[in-house]
Design a protein around this ligand. Structure first.
Ligand code: ADP
Length: 465
């Protein structure tokens, strides 16, 4: 298989051709319905005549929209691979040159090569670099870019409806593209590629595991559960790093543990392999367990995905990954109650320190989360959510600041007591989580919820403020 390269009319070798593209749709995972849309694009190549005879318009260009690393480039290659046509690519940031005319002439050359070697896919990465709405960029750089953009428009129009050369472009910012680009006959088809969901992440991990010596009992679900928010590029990396881990230990199979380690490195950077005293491990375990055990009592925060006490060099001592309801959080749709719950979770390590060590407290590992709790408590008061209504305007009046602070302190105390109560009620669960963390250094979502089921005594306890 691979791309057919027809001899170019001129003897110069094509510059923008990528040879040996052997990507298929089966290499791109977690697509769901998007795959059908792309299969149709393949048909424009393979059944072009049929479309033309029936008067169906073939789109001039397809815009793949989505965040970096979700597989837009991979998909464009898969379209070429499935259709068995040539693949020409350029990154639009290469168009943006200081010398006048260079960008435009590159676009011309690119399309000339694509036409001479048709049928072909032209892939333009980061289209927004050159396709930003005219007038948004000032100065001579803007002029040069306009010339490039105009040339691109000319080339797109030159192929409208012919189906011999189809342009696929990628962008993370379809909203800022010049309107001229998205007019009918140009990039008139937009396909959104979102970040993968849980099932998507499992599928992507599996695609990358295909060519690796995986242990037969690898738990992909465990890895997918702790990587919410990650994209295909990151998941692919996790499998690579896991393989390196296996090699370093001179083993022959990649295990779930290798993948979990690698996911941690992907998210938090290199882990610190420093030794700690047993007492120190335990203290960090209590700190992390307290947050998870309290959080699991609250509806908006109970999505615990992963716990670890493995330290990250120079950064955090341990880590609890909670799946945030990102939309709610971004839109400020967290309820008053959720904000109180959040404060309670952040102050929980401090409460645990008192419960477990009493007067023999000897560390301040809870300091960072206590700071979070303090500032969230202030937000709570300044937002007018406490019974005593203060607002931002009070903030500028010197004698009000004391009132605001004392009200925030009141909220903080209340949440502290609530955290203590929950921890007290869940002593058995705390002990179980701490023991496993100390022994294994980390706990997966499944592992954690099994312990909750066995030892937890959850109850909703709405506080009275
Ligand atoms: P984008 O163009 O959206 O920035 P890429 O296509 O360059 O992302 O993705 C980089 C790499 O990440 C791919 O080569 C592939 O290894 C991996 N990857 C990304 N998305 C997927 C996916 N949906 N399925 C499988 N692998 C993926």
């Amino acid at each position: 298989s691979g791309a057919r390269v027809r001899r170019a009319r001129n003897t110069k070798l094509p510059q923008y051709l990528e040879r040996g593209i052997d990507v298929k749709f089966s290499d791109v995972a977690g697509l769901g319905k998007i795959r059908e849309e792309l299969e149709e694009i393949v048909k424009f190549f393979t059944h072009g005549e049929m479309y033309r005879r029936r008067g169906v318009k073939i789109p001039g260009g397809i815009l793949l929209c989505g965040p970096p690393g979700v597989g837009k480039t991979l998909l464009a290659k898969a379209v070429a691979g499935e259709a068995g046509v040539n693949f020409f690519s350029i990154s639009a940031s290469q168009f943006v040159e200081i010398y006048v005319g260079v960008g435009a002439s590159r676009v011309r050359a690119l399309y000339q090569e694509a036409r001479e070697n048709a049928p072909s896919v032209v892939f333009i990465d980061e289209l927004d670099a050159v396709g930003r709405e005219r007038g948004l960029i000032k100065g001579s750089g803007g002029q040069e870019r306009d010339a490039t953009l105009n040339q691109l428009l000319v080339c797109l129009d030159g192929f409208e409806g012919k189906g011999e050369v189809i342009t696929i472009a990628s962008t993370n910012r379809p909203d800022i593209l010049d309107p001229a680009l998205v007019r009918p006959g140009r990039f008139d088809r937009k396909i959104y590629i979102p970040k993968p969901g849980l099932i998507g992440r499992i599928e992507i991990l599996k695609v990358h595991a295909r060519k690796k010596p995986m242990a037969p009992d690898v738990d992909y679900m465990a890895v997918a559960s702790m990587t919410d928010g990650m994209v295909g590029a990151e998941l692919a990396n996790i499998v690579e790093v896991a393989a390196i881990n296996m090699m370093r230990d001179a083993r022959t199979e990649i295990t779930t543990d290798d993948l979990i380690q690698a996911a941690q490195i992907e998210e938090r950077g290199m882990l610190d392999r420093k030794e700690r005293s047993p007492e120190m491990w335990k203290q960090v375990a209590i700190n992390e367990a307290a947050m998870a055990v309290v959080a699991v009592n609250f509806p908006d925060l109970r999505n615990i995905e992963f716990l670890t006490i493995a330290p990250r060099a120079g950064r955090d001592l341990g880590y609890v990954r909670m799946k945030m309801d990102h939309v709610k959080f971004k839109e400020g749709m967290l309820s008053r109650q959720s904000l109180l719950d959040h404060i309670t979770v952040q102050i929980a390590p401090r409460a645990a320190d008192e419960l477990w060590y009493g007067e023999h407290q000897f560390s301040t590992i809870w300091a960072e989360t206590a700071d979070n709790a303090r500032s969230a408590a202030r937000t709570f008061v300044l937002g007018g959510l406490s019974d005593k209504h203060y607002g931002l305007s009070d903030f500028w009046v010197a004698d009000r600041i004391n009132d605001i602070d004392s009200e925030a302190l009141h909220i903080l105390h209340m949440c502290y007591d609530r955290a203590k109560e929950i921890l007290h009620q869940n002593r058995n669960l705390m002990d179980a989580v701490v023991d496993i963390l100390v022994e294994k250094k980390s706990l997966t979502k499944e592992g954690f919820f099994k312990l909750v089921e066995l030892h937890g005594s959850l109850q909703p306890m709405p506080p009275s403020v």
